[in-house]
Ligand binder design. Structure first.
Ligand code: SF4
Length: 465
């Protein structure tokens, strides 16, 4: 009998990348890769590469755990996912990280910008609006794990420090500032003042590349001097920093290992987050057919370009296993000890267990025990380790020195090409919109920004008809 050229693995619902209407989608394995096949009655067939590692893709399902819910939902489920955000009652994960966009404006006009920001785009939010947005997050989450002050470029807001003061007055566990680093590079006094917001305050620093050409393609300017000056200032004040790398195939994907090695040498850097480009907003120097980069390609590149991590160190994050990979290491002077391999994956999925599988590494065990100001027992080490092995920086481990932790995150934001309703319901990085809805980052950029609203309403009307 004739055979299909692929193995049919799964079925889901996606959207057409042209008209954004829901379409059926098959997940198939072909040529050692995972593809999504979909068909729009109007725009025809699409075949999208979604993973280059079949074993890893299948293993992600083993990491699904019972969903953690917000304290309240903000919209009814009416039109069906993804047209009901949010969060609607059908969503399957609370906000592990909530982004608060305090301005649309920016001091750059990057060719790659999901928010379309520029020096003249949109407006600054008022302090009243921002406080209301923060209160919305608190109402949903109680004590939000991570809130990220973002934009646009938040440091151009004329009341920037008042915003931080308001945010710090809320019961937020960990506050982040998402910035391109220009003000940090140019104004040391500004950094000195930022440092007064520590602890539980972190800089989420756009970094991207060491190369002039890559920075110009992604950011429109050669920002090499800005990057190095920003790191110099952040090192001086030891202000916790995550380097954020937007990845575009062939542009900066050969630098992944170099960036990790550089990051490990910086006093202020607690980790690196790699984000393959999400096709959304302004995207000028990008070709969809050649420049897409998948989560599994990033993971393979980390394993190939460094000798620090092995396959057991880069695991799916149970909150949102399709979109997030994590790996932790202990940084002690020049020595780096990968930690993730010590976790028993079953324990991550069962909140009642707290056991960690130790390798027979007495040296590492000694280091861990020495790091505790209290407890000093293997059990307390296990408990603290488990609490950091959560989605994004859940740093609820008071005895563990955050200075010594180094975190690798791969975060792949779904776009119209690889959109999967099964996976989007687990999205745990959300944006609080100015209409006080909490919207998954991915669907926000596809449907809920101001310039998309009219089309969303049209789609909704067609569903009702
Ligand atoms: S992504 Fe989540 S919040 Fe949005 S419609 Fe789907 S289930 Fe609801």
């Amino acid at each position: 009998m004739p055979e299909r050229p692929y193995i049919y693995y799964d079925f889901t619902v996606s959207i057409c990348s042209t008209c954004l209407k829901r379409v059926d989608a098959k997940i198939v394995f072909e040529d050692e890769k995972v593809f999504m096949l979909k068909h729009c009655p109007q725009h025809g067939r699409e075949k999208v590469l979604i993973a280059t590692d079949i074993a890893y893709y299948k293993n992600c399902r083993n990491y699904a755990k019972r969903s953690e819910m917000p304290l309240k939902f903000n919209t009814p489920t009416h039109y069906g996912c993804p047209y009901d955000c949010g969060l609607c009652q059908d969503h399957e994960q609370h906000s592990c990280l909530t982004v608060v966009e305090v301005t649309d404006r920016c001091n750059l006009s990057c060719p790659t910008c999901y928010a379309m920001s520029s020096p003249s785009y949109g407006r600054h939010r008022t302090l009243e609006e921002i406080e209301q947005m923060l209160d919305t997050v608190v109402a949903n989450e109680g004590k939000p794990d991570v809130v990220q002050i973002s934009g646009g470029e938040p440091t151009v807001h004329p009341q920037f420090f008042e915003i931080l003061d308001i945010a710090k007055s809320k019961p937020i566990k960990h506050l982040m500032l998402n910035t391109n680093g220009i003000r940090i590079a140019k104004d040391e006094k500004f950094v000195e003042r930022l440092a007064t917001y520590a602890p539980d305050f972190e800089i989420y620093l756009q970094f991207d590349s060491f190369k002039k050409e890559a920075l110009e393609q992604l950011r429109g300017e050669d920002l090499r001097e800005v990057r190095s000056k920003a790191i110099e200032h952040l090192n001086k004040y030891n202000l916790s920093t995550t380097l954020v790398i937007t990845l575009q195939k062939g542009l900066n994907t050969d630098e992944i290992g170099d960036i990790i090695r550089y990051a490990l040498k910086q006093r202020c850097v607690r980790g690196v987050t790699f984000q393959p480009t999400q096709e959304a907003g302004r995207l000028e120097n990008y070709n969809s057919s050649t420049d897409r980069y998948t989560l599994t390609e990033v993971r393979s590149a980390i394993l190939e370009q460094t000798d620090i991590f092995n396959a057991n160190d880069l695991l799916p994050v149970p909150c949102n296993p399709d979109a997030l990979v994590m790996g932790y290491a202990l940084k002690l002077g020049d020595e780096v000890f990968p930690l993730t391999r010590m976790i028993n994956p079953d324990d991550l999925l069962d909140n009642s267990k707290n056991t960690i599988v130790y390798e027979q590494d007495e040296k590492l065990k000694g280091h861990l025990l020495n790091m505790f100001s209290t407890g000093n027992s293997v059990d307390s080490v296990r408990e603290d380790l488990k609490s950091i092995m959560c989605c994004l920086p859940d740093i609820d481990a008071p005895n563990l020195g955050y200075d010594n932790l180094f975190r690798i995150i791969i975060m792949q934001f779904i776009d119209a090409h690889n959109f999967d309703v099964r996976a989007i319901k687990k999205s745990c990085v959300h944006i609080v919109n100015k209409d006080m809805k909490i919207i998954p980052f991915e669907t926000m950029n596809l449907f809920y920004r101001d310039d998309k609203r009219q089309y969303l309403e049209q789609l909704r009307t067609e569903i009702i008809v």
